[in-house]
Design a protein around this ligand. Structure first.
Ligand SMILES: Cc1ncc(COP(=O)(O)O)c(C=O)c1O
Length: 390
């Protein structure tokens, strides 16, 4: 049974009839329920309905609003052109599928998101993986790939992420880009969690690290900071032009509906025009991460709003902690266990947002400190399947 969170999207929602403090929604800068967003979504739905435009972009699904949004996105992320995607997941698989052929080699980070891994499944040529953020190993894979493309006449596509959505650490974009002096490759970055949260203007992890202009193909989704649906890819004119006529997910699927496009224009306007939203997010992020660390909790290597809390334990402890947090502390967050993390590790993932308050933060820090003490005392290793730890 999937958990069901009810009520308006906000830090406080209803879970099984009880109010819970939620830390599991990617509504980073609080746009989901922003009054201007809600008003624009409602107006666009009333004006256009969900049907318009009918058909794929290439056939009968093109509108000036789609083009306007693409123009504004490209300008914001510092690329020549952008192209809209129906769902980030579907878009990414399709970008990979269309950018490479059997002569090309893909070199990718081992902790890449499922949409990247599924894109790789469609690749008919070789793919080499490098251990997460291990630049030394990446160099080895690039040497292998370079030797291979000498024979095939193909190219190399390196794929990584801006912000890794599980552990919150950043892709080593600077170090990867530095390898361009030695190897010939193009870089594709999935910045789902960085767009709107990272960088001075919110233009993403490339902006934050000062390398945005060296990312060849930039990808982001509207499902996180934009609190919407869909996504986009941005790159040089010729690359986007090629993608427009080759991405199967866009050629053989209906164009994004008008309310989604108009709603995204409003979201982008707020994301760019109200930097205080991102500042508020970071106030919450800093307070939460500082407080948790001060209380001895291990947050790994996060450098983004994504806040993982690593604890020692297996399935019984994970079950006990989840129940204890939900039932006794009224806190709802995602919990990740093996095989996503090593066998004896539990990862609780908190997603702070601009809508959280410092009281929410304090309550959470206190709860996590108590949970850690109980865990260290072995309280969760007992039989806790139906019983909550008091
Ligand atoms: C890193 C990453 N890439 C891509 C996606 C897919 O985006 P969407 O939800 O728009 O399909 C997600 C969202 O879960 C993500 O976290």
């Amino acid at each position: 049974m999937f958990p069901k969170l009810e009520g308006e999207i906000a830090p406080h929602m209803i879970f099984r009839g009880e109010k819970v403090l939620t830390w599991s929604l990617n509504n980073y800068i609080g746009l989901a329920n922003h009054p201007e967003v809600r008003a624009e979504d409602a107006k666009a739905s009333k004006d256009w309905g969900l049907a318009y435009p009918m058909g794929a972009r290439i056939m009968s699904g093109q509108t000036s609003k789609h083009e306007e949004l693409e123009g504004k996105l490209a300008e914001f992320v510092g690329k020549e052109r952008a192209y809209l995607l129906n769902y980030g997941y579907m878009g990414m698989t399709s970008i990979i599928d269309s950018l490479v052929n059997r002569n090309d080699v893909i070199v990718y980070d081992s902790e890449s998101h499922a949409c990247i891994l599924d894109g790789l499944r469609m690749h008919m040529g070789k793919r080499y993986v490098f251990p997460h953020n291990n630049i030394e190993n990446l160099e080895k894979q690039l040497e292998r790939a370079s030797r291979l493309i000498e024979k095939t006449g193909g190219g190399i596509l390196v794929i990584t992420e801006g912000v890794f959505g599980m552990a919150g650490d950043l892709g080593k974009l600077k170090e990867i880009i530095a390898l361009k002096d030695k190897f010939k490759f193009r870089l594709l970055v999935d910045d789902a969690h960085g767009f709107g949260t990272m960088g001075k203007t919110g233009a993403g992890t490339g902006e934050h690290l000062g390398v945005q202009n060296k990312i060849d193909v930039y990808f982001a989704t509207f499902a996180k900071a934009m609190a919407g649906i869909g996504g986009f890819v941005a790159s040089d004119e010729d690359v986007v032009d090629y993608l427009q006529y080759n991405m199967r997910s866009q050629i053989y699927a209906k164009s994004l509906p008008m309310p989604v496009v108009i709603g995204s224009l409003k979201r982008l306007e707020l994301l760019k025009g109200k930097p205080e939203l991102k500042e508020k997010l970071w106030t919450i992020v800093r307070a939460l991460q500082k407080g948790l660390k001060k209380n001895g909790l291990d947050l790994g290597n996060t450098e983004s709003p994504v806040t993982p809390v690593f604890l020692k334990g297996g399935l019984p402890e994970a079950t006990g902690i989840t129940m204890d947090l939900r039932e006794n502390y009224g806190i709802f967050c995602s919990i990740v266990i093996y095989p996503v993390v090593p066998k004896d590790v539990i990862m609780l993932r908190l997603i702070p947002t601009a809508d959280h308050t410092l009281e929410d933060v304090e309550r959470t820090i206190n709860a996590f400190s108590e949970v850690k003490k109980k865990l260290d005392a072995g309280k969760y290793s007992k039989e806790i399947k139906t019983q909550v730890v008091k």
